[in-house]
Design a protein around this ligand. Structure first.
Ligand code: FAD
Length: 426
């Protein structure tokens, strides 16, 4: 006999476990709300783990045309993240690794005077300083480097440790959802409920608010409940990954004449310690319609042009097509704030942080909307059924782990080590 459906009452059902959903769940749980995150893939597996991890104050990295000032919200973000990383903020990020406490901006000779003028106006703000030749990062400490170099006091964080940290803070609250066995239903009064069929039990999840933080998946979730607003825009990119034996970690933008940096480099490690450079900026924007081979060729040419002293012999290359999901803007502009809005006539909120940096801003906006609507924490009902019947969602792998899997498995590596030990014993 099939048991009758169990009704579960929550304050917040968050759909999508990237940085937006996880950060919000952290804040909401601390505020006393009963909360569950439902993730259809691996946690962070959309844009979050594919991001370059730069937590910046919103300065436009462009030498072309007028520079608009950063919005107040984003200018405040690096300080907010720093407090969290020290365990003194609204979310505890003490287990998140900082890859770098600064990043660089550099330009080739041809733009030298332009970049100097550009930064001269910014230096007064105190967060940017020219780099003395004997303080250059190892990558640019070469006689052939004659460009201009500036250092920004902004952070680069390790996104896998961020996702782990955020998920561990709310252990037991992130669940896998398989939409072939689940459905969102909207009743005549616009109230949503989530129906999940597990092999053993039917679950009906009611929540005071459903919050969509599924990145690119938000549009599909809205379509599932017959809504089209708020509309979304997608910014396609094709990032390049290069695994090399060079020892230089580097984080920074090479400025060109366009409105996007010519090249952005961040550095990441594979589980076996190998280095990967992750390349974005104009290269990734312009490379969207290129084949993988064409884009890799272009990336190699760019690197040989900008840092010809780096030996790329034997480097391994891969590309990552990915889209940035944002709320629709007039003229396809890049939003400078997080976005969180109610879907009128429903108990649904929809949000896009638009930048990793702005995840705290998104959570603030969501909590303000809840308070404004008088949504107060209530005791959860039957939460244990989620624990009993739904698998936990786990953090996803990074794009570079997927692109460059270990040549031998961890078990084989361990077996080899034991073999060597045995041989030494003999
Ligand atoms: C290449 C790249 C580089 C970037 N670099 C930076 C940077 O350096 N600094 C910066 O500030 N920002 C950066 N960003 C932007 C930043 O990564 C994103 O704004 C941010 O990660 C978005 O977070 P999110 O949680 O909204 O979305 P996502 O990280 O995409 O998470 C959405 C989650 O929802 C899940 N999901 C999707 N559909 C469903 C569904 N139907 N049901 C359940 N779950 C679902 C997905 O699996 C995913 O886990 C970069 C973005 C890209 C693509």
């Amino acid at each position: 006999m099939i048991p009758s459906p169990v009704s579960i009452a929550l304050d917040l059902a968050i759909i999508g476990g990237g940085v937006a959903g996880l950060w919000l769940a952290n804040r909401a749980k601390s505020a006393g709300y009963s909360v569950a995150v439902f993730e259809s893939g691996g946690l962070g597996g959309g844009q979050t783990l594919a991001s370059q991890g730069m937590i910046h104050g919103g300065m436009k990295y462009t030498l072309a045309g007028a520079l608009s000032g950063a919005s107040e919200a984003i200018a405040e973000m690096p300080r907010h993240w720093r407090a969290c990383l020290c365990g003194e903020g609204d979310v505890d990020l003490q287990h998140t690794r900082i890859l770098s406490d600064h990043f660089f901006m550099w330009s080739g000779d041809d733009l030298g005077s332009k970049i100097t003028g550009f930064f001269a106006s910014k230096i007064t703000r105190g967060r940017i300083e020219p780099v003395n030749p004997n303080r250059r990062p190892p990558l640019l400490r070469h006689p052939l480097f004659t460009g201009s170099l500036y250092r920004l006091e902004d952070l680069v964080i390790d996104t896998p440790s961020l996702v782990n940290n955020l998920a561990n803070n709310i252990e037991g609250h992130c669940f896998c959802i398989d939409w072939s066995q689940a459905q969102l239903l909207k009743d005549a009064t616009g109230q949503l409920s989530l129906h999940i069929q597990t092999p053993q039990q039917s679950l009906v999840i009611q929540a005071q608010r459903f919050i969509f933080t599924a990145g690119k998946g938000n549009a599909e979730l809205l379509a599932q409940i017959g809504e089209q607003q708020p509309a979304m825009q997608l910014r396609p990119l094709q990032q390049v990954m290069v695994k090399n034996h060079h020892p230089f970690d580097f984080y920074g933008h090479c400025l060109g004449i366009g409105t996007t940096p010519r090249l952005t480099i961040s550095s990441h490690r594979l589980p076996d310690g190998e280095h990967v450079w992750y390349l974005g900026g104009s290269l990734a924007e312009e490379g969207v319609n290129m084949s993988a081979d064409e884009l890799i060729q272009k990336a190699e040419t760019e690197l040989r042009d900008l840092i010809p002293w780096i030996n790329l012999h034997n480097a391994e290359w891969a590309v990552l097509p990915i889209e940035r999901a944002e709320p629709l803007q007039p003229g396809f502009a890049r939003p400078d704030n997080a976005f969180m809005e109610k879907v009128p006539g429903t108990n649904v909120l929809v949000g896009w942080p638009t930048k990793l940096t702005l995840a705290p801003n998104l959570a603030n906006q969501a909590l303000e909307l809840l308070q404004g609507d008088g949504v107060a924490p209530q005791p959860a009902n039957n939460f244990n059924y989620l624990l009993d019947y739904l698998p936990y969602a786990e953090p996803d792998k990074t794009p570079w782990e997927k692109a460059f899997p270990p040549k031998i498995s961890a078990e084989e590596a361990m077996a080899l080590r034991f073999k060597e030990l045995d041989e030494n014993d003999e």
